[in-house]
Design a protein around this ligand. Structure first.
Ligand code: ASP
Length: 331
């Protein structure tokens, strides 16, 4: 039995590693300039929580992350989790796409050890920065036995979210993250306090292991509005493996776009009918005859995370559409 948990903190950049010219700079600052060791240097309290080991994995804003970054991060986190000396991992990350990386890890890591992804909305140099407290709370959560087996978690603003549900919902406030069904719990006085679990399968319960994935199919997103030209869809044909259509309302498709999306499905592109509303369920064979058209519906996932799930569902052996549809109702 160790006196403190052994936690690895992996740095990838973002605002949590940013620096502004003045304390008042909460939006104009240089992103991804502090190393993970420099970020931790102003947080000596963290060493009382855990034995910390650090590694600088990347140093860039998360808006730059592509599928190769996801694979690189996933494989490195997986290596760390396999080490018997490691009890949990904290990944510092830009907030812009934190939900995508966290969801990718949630579906592909094969471990019950806690993995916490954390960022901040204000750089450490700003007034009332959330960088140190978010990182401190992420380490508390990663080192606590109650966090085991819950899948990948995102800690922000005293809240613990499941990677499945969390979405960045605000572009500048400290209260920038939300989950449509609420957080799993809070961090209270340096202790995680959980109130619920996610009922959808994750980590050790999924068929996808990051250790076996070497590449991902190409999946793109089309954002809908009434004046959207069908050319926006046609451009992707022959150029992508899957298309998430972020439709209006309940995944509605304007009449003049139905043909292009049907053609996409006939050409072998997997079409997922999603919603741009940010929450709620898209009903299969509701507003559109999905079964006739060979389309998939997203269930309740937001388009940017539906892209992650579709890439994984399509990876490996070719799958029947029914199997892809089933994935959206299971994960
Ligand atoms: N552009 C930054 C990023 O996502 C913003 C942030 O970290 O809040 O990396």
């Amino acid at each position: 039995m160790r006196d403190k948990p052994n936690i690895v903190v992996l740095g990838t950049g973002g605002t949590i590693a940013g620096r502004g010219a003045s304390h008042a700079n909460t939006a104009a600052y240089a992103c991804s300039v502090l190393t993970i060791d420099e970020v931790l240097a102003v947080l000596p309290q963290a060493h009382a929580l855990a034995n910390l080991r650090t590694e600088q994995l990347l140093q860039t804003g998360s808006e730059n992350f592509n599928n190769e970054h996801l694979l690189l991060i996933g494989k490195r986190v997986s290596d760390m989790l396999e080490d018997a000396d490691v009890d949990g991992v904290v990944l510092t990350h830009g907030t812009d796409t934190i939900e995508e990386t966290a969801y990718f890890l949630h579906l592909t890591l094969k471990s019950v050890k806690p993995v916490v992804v954390v960022g901040s909305m204000r750089p450490p140099s700003a007034m009332s920065s959330d960088a140190s407290l978010n990182l401190y709370e992420a380490i508390c959560v990663a080192g606590h036995p109650a966090s085991r087996g819950r899948g990948v978690l995102v800690v922000s603003n005293d809240e613990i979210h499941t990677a499945r549900d969390v979405v960045k919902t605000n572009s500048f406030k400290l209260e920038a993250f939300g989950s449509p069904y609420g957080p799993l719990g809070y961090v209270v006085e340096g202790q995680p306090r959980y109130y619920r679990t996610t009922s959808r399968d994750h980590t050790v319960m999924t068929p996808w292991s990051i250790d076996r994935i070497e590449s991902l199919p190409k999946v793109d997103i089309v954002y809908a509005y009434g004046a959207l030209d069908e050319q926006a869809i046609v451009t992707f044909l022959g150029n992508t493996d899957g298309l998430v259509y972020a439709g209006t309302g309940n995944g509605n498709v304007a009449e003049h776009l139905v043909g292009a999306l049907r053609r996409a499905a006939r050409d072998g592109v997997q079409v997922v009918r999603a919603s741009r509303t940010g929450s709620g369920v898209v009903v299969r064979d509701g507003a559109q005859p999905d079964s006739d058209y060979g389309w998939i519906v997203v269930d309740d996932q937001v388009p940017q995370k539906a892209r992650i799930l579709l890439m994984l569902a399509m990876s490996g052996e070719p799958k029947e559409r029914d199997a892809l549809q089933a994935a959206f109702h299971r994960y």
